[in-house]
Design a protein around this ligand. Structure first.
Ligand SMILES: NC(=O)c1ccc[n+]([C@@H]2O[C@H](COP(=O)([O-])OP(=O)(O)OC[C@H]3O[C@@H](n4cnc5c(N)ncnc54)[C@H](O)[C@@H]3O)[C@@H](O)[C@H]2O)c1
Ligand SMILES: [Zn+2]
Length: 349
């Protein structure tokens, strides 16, 4: 292609709240990289932290930084040494950039590389017309997966990675937190053969969205309903076999521990703000297994989620708002309202 000299991008230009629409140089690519023409991007909670410039962002994100890490687009340029990819290939991609020297990477557990850097957080990101990405991180999109679903594969991948942490077939699952990721996890649990899927939140709008996206899940307002009543109502003998914590709330984790069976399993994705106290003795006496979950497995999570999407997993209704990229401020306002599911920006409009 004849590459333009500059592109539109959303940048954290100054260490204060906000993002700014700028003209930036189109990134150069190295021999192992591709250049992607971005079509759609998802706004993540992480992007909202960066917009707000909270303590985490101020300590983590160097300025200036083009933000964004959830994207779908099309390859428009390939580096000299790239094989197996071609110009014109539609793709999404893993936004965690890893090294190959660590013990974990050399064992093939790339998602555990301690040197991981995130696009849109530590290196220039995807809220732009063009994105340079290592070819290794590219995930080709089959024709039957549209761009807007491609743009939310990163958070769907969080949901899939967490949900598939433990055997789900015939199991009763409790999900705390009906944000976009919790809701998508509920859909994944259903697809993967769980018997009962219960999802909690304290925000009625989020519970209403969960009920729309996953009509077969039981949606519970944790502020009003007691999980013991739900357990009795469902006819569970002791409680839930598997818990997926997706709220970051200490109260939710406490409720989950109480609602689990002896020997139950918990996968923790939600990130509590700061230090939060845990009643460890309850966890020990219940012999509960806890697994922390970070990111997506490279690339088994991607493989599984694309296969599930092609086999009937439908998360499309979790996308509640769509805006042209120029209206990004409206997208961030929708996210801040707490009334949205996923918000997608269109870079081709
Ligand atoms: N570990 C990782 O790699 C990783 C990656 C992405 C996101 N996350 C975390 O995963 C979590 C889910 O992400 P998201 O984008 O869906 O977040 P979100 O903030 O949109 O959703 C969290 C939901 O939890 C609800 N909640 C709050 N207190 C609750 C309680 N006591 N009981 C039940 N629900 C409660 C909120 O109302 C909200 O709807 C967040 O904590 C996020 O930081 C972790
Ligand atoms: Zn994200």
């Amino acid at each position: 292609m004849t590459r333009p000299a500059t592109m539109t991008a959303l940048e954290k230009s100054r260490p204060e709240p906000g993002l700014w629409r700028i003209e930036a140089p189109v990134p150069e690519i190295g021999p192992d990289d591709v250049l992607i023409r971005v079509r759609k991007t998802g706004i993540c909670g992480t992007d909202v932290h960066i917009w707000n410039w909270d303590d985490w962002a101020a300590h983590t994100v160097p300025v200036p930084m083009i933000t964004g890490h959830e994207f779908a687009g099309e390859i428009v340029e390939i580096g000299r040494d790239v094989t197996g990819l071609a110009v014109g290939q539609r793709c999404s991609g893993e936004g965690h950039l890893i090294g190959t020297d660590s013990r974990q990477s050399r064992a093939g557990r790339f998602h555990l590389d301690p040197g991981t850097r995130g696009i849109g957080v530590n290196v220039q990101g995807a809220f732009a017309e063009y994105l340079a990405l290592p070819a290794f991180n590219v995930v080709p999109l089959p024709d039957d997966i549209p761009d807007e679903i491609g743009a939310i594969l990163d958070p769907l991948g969080n949901a899939v990675h967490t949900a598939l942490s433990f055997d789900l077939l015939g199991e009763d699952v409790l999900i705390t937190g009906a944000g976009p990721i919790g809701i998508m996890a509920a859909a994944v649990c259903r697809h993967a053969g769980a018997r009962h899927v219960v999802i909690t939140d304290i925000n009625p709008d989020r519970l209403a969205l969960a009920a729309q996206v996953v009509p077969t899940a039981r949606c519970v307002d944790a502020g009003r309903e007691d999980l013991r009543d739900v357990i009795a109502d469902l006819g569970l003998k002791q409680g839930f076999d598997v818990g997926l914590e997706m709220s970051g709330s200490q109260a939710a984790l406490d409720q989950m521990v109480e609602a689990l069976v002896m020997g139950g399993k918990i996968a923790l994705l939600g990130i509590p703000p700061g230090v939060s106290p845990v009643d460890w003795s309850r966890i020990v006496f219940k012999a509960i297994t806890i697994k922390g979950v970070y990111g997506r497995e490279m690339f088994e999570t991607w493989y599984k989620m694309i296969a599930m999407l092609q086999n009937g997993l439908d998360v499309s209704r979790v996308i509640t708002h769509r805006f042209p990229a120029a209206d990004f401020a409206k997208g961030f306002a929708a996210m801040a309202s707490g009334r949205s599911g996923k918000v997608v920006l269109d870079w081709a409009a």
